[in-house]
Design a protein around this ligand. Structure first.
Ligand code: SF4
Length: 359
């Protein structure tokens, strides 16, 4: 008798429809200098350190580096904060980054310039719905990307970054495990193809990366035949197929510096260009098209939530102590398990994850 297997339930990713417009901070003449001077003083007075993501403004990245903070990806931001002696971490990025910093640094105060700075991946994956989905597939190991809330990390068995996701999935496949993957369907598809693992993919996506256009990149390649294409794996498969290098933000910056090509077509948030220019001086950096034929982009190569971080907000939270990140201890103690599982795997297998987070 032929007994057919039941079809797996398709995950109910929450549609993220209310994407805000990208609004960059506009500063009047002299205001930038005044703000920077005031923030420098406040960082010292408040025993605080600024950790900024690569996608934030050049002003914030410059200030973080000039004041002894760091500019990096989400995991390294949290790890830097852990190593720092400062009692307050000011996280310029999006909410899940502030939460990750708090999960790994519960004894420190974590502030953010704007608590409305979200992430479409995080928003697509509400903890309650995700929990129901996991409950419906109790035979599967739950693996989540860094771009998730503390509550979703608390429900997971593993948190992974993009640099280690393939290796963790391959490791679990070797143990005959089947996986749930959330929330980015494009990164999940990339990992699934690379490993052949049995993965149920949550259907979230990044509003920035999913808009890059393969046709536009092909046209650029025709115009610049010697160009290398650098792609973040949150991009669609058709774009990843054109890549010379697929990697996380830190990996793409390293590739920009190391590759012999003098022209680079870059498919990730254009905030990364500030650091890439510094690391690859003299090279021509071209933004991969998200507009042109068939364009539907709202954010157009820059994250609207990252753009909410500005010097005014930074000064305000340092002056007032507002916008503090809190993670309930019952959630934190479970979320830290999924993060530590990845860190221990990396240490055991000799894989470096420091400075190689997903976003
Ligand atoms: S760029 Fe995409 S993945 Fe990164 S914070 Fe913005 S919406 Fe989230």
């Amino acid at each position: 008798m032929n007994i057919s297997q039941p079809s797996p339930v398709i995950p109910p990713a929450r549609a993220v429809t209310d994407v805000p417009p990208v609004v960059e901070e506009q500063l009047g003449s002299g205001e930038r200098e005044d703000l920077v001077a005031r923030i420098r003083t406040l960082l010292v007075e408040r025993d605080a350190v600024l950790v900024a993501h690569y996608y934030t403004s050049a002003d914030l990245q410059r200030l973080a580096e000039e004041t002894g903070g760091c500019v990096s990806d989400s995991l390294e931001m949290a790890r830097f904060g852990h190593a720092s002696k400062a009692r307050t971490l000011v996280v310029a990025g999006v909410r899940f980054m502030g939460e990750t910093a708090k999960i790994l640094n519960p004894e420190k105060r974590v502030l953010m310039p704007d608590l409305h700075a979200e992430c479409s991946l995080d928003l697509s994956c509400a903890a309650a719905e995700f929990g129901q989905f996991c409950d419906a597939h109790p035979d599967r190991v739950v693996v989540v990307y860094a771009n998730t809330s503390a509550a979703v990390k608390a429900r997971a068995d593993w948190m992974v970054t993009s640099s280690i996701a393939v290796k963790v999935a391959a490791h679990l496949k070797d143990q005959d495990k089947k996986l749930i993957w959330a929330p980015d369907r494009y990164l999940g598809d990339y990992v699934q193809k690379a490993t052949g693992a049995d993965m149920l993919l949550w259907q979230g996506s990044c509003v920035v990366h999913e808009k890059f256009k393969a046709d536009g990149i092909r046209e650029l390649k025709a115009r610049y035949p010697g160009a290398a294409v650098l792609v973040h794996p949150e991009s669609p498969a058709s774009v990843i197929e054109l890549a010379d290098v697929v990697g996380s933000t830190t990996q793409l910056i390293r590739a920009a510096a190391d590759l012999p090509n003098t022209v680079l077509i870059v498919a990730t948030d254009n905030g990364i260009f500030h650091k890439m220019r510094a690391m690859a001086p003299g090279k021509t950096l071209i933004e991969a098209p998200s507009g042109g034929r068939g364009a539907t982009c709202v954010s157009c190569a820059h994250c609207p939530w990252m753009a909410m971080n500005g010097l005014r907000g930074l000064r305000h939270v340092l002056e007032t102590g507002e916008n503090e990140i809190h993670v309930a201890e019952s959630i934190r103690t479970r979320a830290v398990v999924s993060i530590n599982r990845m860190l221990e795997f990396a240490a055991r297998t000799g894989i470096t994850v420091a400075g190689r987070s997903g976003d």
